[in-house]
Design a binder for this molecule. Structure first.
Ligand SMILES: Cc1ncc(COP(=O)(O)O)c(C=O)c1O
Length: 414
């Protein structure tokens, strides 16, 4: 009897009724995107929805980069190197050198389809199925999703709005480390909390990683967005001292308002890891060539562009913080960086409230889309009453969104 006939006899259902893998069942929907159908439905009704749910900036991308599109002549558009378009890798290396990390070489860098692909590469490269990856909650949701895809257990350590989501002490972090722990992943500045970790906090993580033989994966896609004179302390500061265990994730999405070009970077001085990233990269051939050519122009973006963007985000941060603070029952903290804040609402279930805003509540024909935070926690119950707000709308729209939220909380049937 042929093998497939024998299999069909043993597993008759598998033949007639194939089941998707259990991996699919474990994948959560995105906390930021799952209410999108309700947003679309409200907009169809003619409602103006202030979208604070997704971190896609409304600020214009630098002309210096987009001008590529007017000059573009390549035909046909072929593949480029799996490791990245050389002109993009050169430009990114120059950017990193300007930050002071002149030891980084092109061979320490690999282009990814956004930091999203970098997260998956890092998780697959450092963890076996069944291993543990540590992070702090609330977390960037893809750390959870990518871990589930890789069969890795994400272990989370709660942080709290009470101390603006800064890191817990060494003892608490170390209490979560087991023989299966392979790495700590974190975003700094942080999505969703807006925390910017201090030099001491990063040093603590480096020391814990050294002591327990872990990899450290630092996601720095919001590196420039630090407010009130805070300096960003990059993991790159430790690359030379601990080349074997440091991994950096970066992206063009937020820094240049280019979420749609899907270009990021994974960097490490561990050449064995880089070899693994290359083989993964070869399996997806290459990152979009046009996208990388746009990104390659990053070195022509003047500092004045960032000065303007950072000033704008800071003004928005202030507006959101001071506006929400005046709403009775809301608990809020002053975010230090990125363009997000976590807010505890005076409701029992923030997810239900966010749905109600989109399906039932209108104030002068407007409503607000929020991202319920429950899925950004695995341990703490805090997220049930929290939402993440992305301040990616202009100040006029943000002020209106705050007003809509105030009215909504007054009317919400508790
Ligand atoms: C912390 C963090 N890391 C990674 C990403 C993924 O970004 P992209 O894939 O667009 O580079 C995001 C996007 O919101 C993010 O906030």
């Amino acid at each position: 009897m042929r093998l497939d006939d024998r299999l069909a006899e043993r597993f008759p259902l598998a033949r007639i009724d194939p089941h998707p893998s259990s991996r699919l069942e474990l994948l959560p929907a995105s906390a930021f995107r799952k209410l999108v159908p309700l947003i679309v439905a409200a907009e169809k009704e003619g409602v103006l929805v202030h979208k604070l749910n997704i971190g896609s900036p409304d600020i214009k991308a630098p002309e210096e980069m987009l001008s590529l599109l007017n000059e573009f002549q390549m035909n046909p558009i072929g593949y480029t190197l799996s490791e990245g378009e050389p002109s993009f890798l050169d430009a990114f290396r120059i950017y990193i050198h300007r930050l002071g990390f002149t030891f980084i070489k092109n061979s320490d860098l690999l282009a990814t389809a956004g930091a999203s692909e970098g997260i998956k590469m890092a998780v697959f490269a450092v963890c076996e199925p069944g291993d543990e990856l540590l992070t702090f909650e609330p977390f960037y949701q893809d750390y959870d999703t990518s871990s589930r895809l890789a069969g890795v257990n994400l272990i989370t350590i709660p942080t709290s709005i009470k101390n603006s989501f800064h890191l817990p002490d060494r003892k608490e972090i170390e209490s979560k480390i087991t023989p299966r722990t392979k790495a700590i992943i974190f975003s700094n500045p942080n999505n969703p909390t807006g925390a910017v970790y201090t030099k001491d906090e990063i040093k603590l993580l480096v020391d814990i990683a050294r002591h327990h033989h872990l990899f450290l994966i630092s996601d720095e896609v919001y590196r420039e967005f630090c407010y009130d004179g805070r300096e960003h302390h990059s993991l790159l500061n430790y690359f030379e001292a601990y080349p074997e265990r440091m991994i950096l994730l970066d992206s063009m999405s937020k820094r240049y308002s280019l979420c749609g070009i899907r270009v990021g970077i994974i960097a490490s001085m561990n050449q064995e890891l880089m070899g693994g990233f290359s083989r993964m990269a070869q399996a997806r051939l290459c990152v979009g060539v046009v996208d990388q050519l746009i990104a390659a122009r990053l070195s022509s973006v003047p500092q004045s562009y960032f000065d303007g963007v950072i000033a704008e985000y800071k003004a928005r941060r202030d507006l959101i913080y001071h506006g929400l603070k005046t709403i009775p029952g809301i608990e809020i903290h002053l975010p230090e960086g990125a363009f997000y804040t976590m807010v505890t609402l005076p409701v029992e279930n923030a997810h239900r409230f966010a749905r109600w805003l989109l399906t039932h509540f209108r104030y002068k024909g407007e409503t607000v889309a929020l991202a319920p935070a429950e899925q950004l926690y695995l341990v703490s119950q805090e997220g049930k009453r929290q939402v993440r707000i992305a301040y990616v709308l202009n100040q006029d729209r943000l002020a209106r969104a705050v007003e809509v939220l105030r009215r909504a909380l007054q009317e919400y049937p508790s």
